[in-house]
Design a protein around this ligand. Structure first.
Ligand code: AMP
Length: 410
């Protein structure tokens, strides 16, 4: 299939050619016609499947095709995303794909001057890509209105809910016109996402590109069993032995990210931590160093890593299994993007046993463990796992984590 069969305009087609895209990805082939027709959509698609272009291209086409509204300040498309990094990334796609259209877009997120954003809004924009908190700040100040919104997009809806944005979402919804097109994208489809979809969408079309809660085939998943105190050593061994130039490492907590980065530096690997305690400027600096290759290993928390678009990422390491099993899918979706192959390596120690079981039950497949020569776990130390792991025990743990998560947004 070619992009030209999707009724996209010549301006957009030539830009896609310029970017070297030969054919649409499955989500693009399925979603673009539906969005152009003006229908509501609920799509489950993992990061790396080309979902950003799947909604950006038809939205640009619709905006460019309509005469500019008399009221030049009217925002016509709102794209809600969970994090600053994703906001920047999505807006970059909008700008790149729409470079030859007259559509104006901007990005809105917290941590930077609100006045500067209000000034750009006052000059008039068609598309706003925003995180919920800062968007509400602008609504309260009156620096933007959502009355003319024609299309609302929720990107990474599951993550937005995980991060506890429901109150903000409800407040924003109140200010949106009832008559609109709504598109919801989510990597995983949980109960909470379905509940949100019922509230938001009007007879939506469902598109499921990959099986929900599955991982991409282009990612090879490897689990190394290792004693927890030897994880850093094993990791620096892999990086050095195989001469990895770029690896994204995930930890569950900010402090652990700092500790891992320090251990790697001690072992001679250029590493930096990447998490929410860093200022926006510091995050951008770290990211640039990583993209340029001056930093080989980026150690990130799940929340901070959202929206990172590093095209050539070959390796992802789960230093620890995430508390929320769905995060594993997001994590390893950072590699094996757009048809490239990638490796996702999980460092598993005995204390991860229950989380691994939960993960395997979510993925509905086994993740067989292997030993790496020289790093075999010390079996004389391993304590038998006697804790219950019934479905109800799993549910209770999930509930506890959810409650803890809503108190302390990670
Ligand atoms: P996304 O899932 O939106 O994060 O996109 C993942 C990556 O795939 C991005 O780097 C895009 O630039 C790239 N991409 C998107 N669509 C295509 C396509 N049709 N052909 C090749 N690469 C693409």
């Amino acid at each position: 299939m070619s992009f030209s069969s999707l009724s996209l305009s010549d301006v957009l087609l030539s830009q896609l050619k310029q970017k070297g895209y030969v054919e649409p990805t499955p989500i693009q082939a399925a979603a673009i016609p539906v969005i152009l027709e003006g229908k509501d959509l609920m799509a489950s698609a993992q990061t790396g499947t080309g979902k950003t272009a799947a909604f950006t291209l038809p939205l640009l086409q619709k905006l460019a095709g309509k005469p500019i509204d008399k009221d030049a300040d009217a925002i016509r498309t709102l794209i809600l995303v969970p994090t600053r990094e994703l906001a920047v990334q999505v807006n970059k796609s909008v700008t790149e794909y729409g470079v030859n259209t007259r559509v104006r877009s901007m990005v809105i997120y917290g941590g930077v001057s609100i006045d500067a954003q209000a000034q750009i809004l006052a000059d008039g924009v068609d598309i706003v890509v925003a995180t919920p908190g800062r968007l509400l700040d602008h609504l309260r100040r009156g620096s933007l209105s959502l009355m003319a919104i024609e299309t609302l997009v929720f990107d990474e809806a599951d993550r937005m809910l995980d991060m506890g944005f429901m109150d903000e979402i409800n407040a924003i919804l109140k200010q949106l016109p009832k008559q609109r097109q709504t598109l919801l994208f989510s990597a995983t489809l949980s109960e909470a996402v379905f509940t949100l979809s019922k509230k938001l969408l009007n007879q939506p079309l469902r598109i499921e590109v990959d099986k929900a809660n599955s991982t991409a085939d282009s990612v090879e998943e490897i689990v190394y069993a290792v004693d927890s105190e030897r994880k850093a050593e094993l990791l620096s061994h892999l990086i050095n032995k195989y001469d990895w130039q770029q690896v994204l490492i995930f930890s569950r907590k900010k402090q652990t990210a700092d500790t891992i980065a320090n251990k790697l530096i001690t072992a001679g690997v250029g590493a930096k931590a990447f998490h929410g305690d860093l200022s926006q400027g510091a995050r951008e600096q770290v990211l640039n160093d990583f993209k340029k290759g001056t930093v080989k290993a980026l150690v990130a928390t799940d929340v901070a890593a959202r929206g990172l678009d590093i095209v050539e990422l070959n390796y992802v390491v789960n230093y620890e299994i995430p508390f929320i099993a769905e995060d594993y899918i997001h994590r390893i979706g950072r590699t094996g993007r757009a048809g490239k192959t990638g490796k996702a390596i999980t460092l598993y120690s005995e204390d991860d046993a229950l989380l691994l079981e939960e993960l395997e039950s979510l993925l509905d497949k086994r993740l067989p463990q292997q030993w790496l020569a020289g790093f075999e776990p010390d079996l004389t130390k391993a304590e038998p796992v006697t804790r219950k792991n019934s479905k109800s025990a799993q549910r209770q743990r999930a509930k506890k984590r959810a409650l803890a998560g809503s108190k302390h947004k990670r």
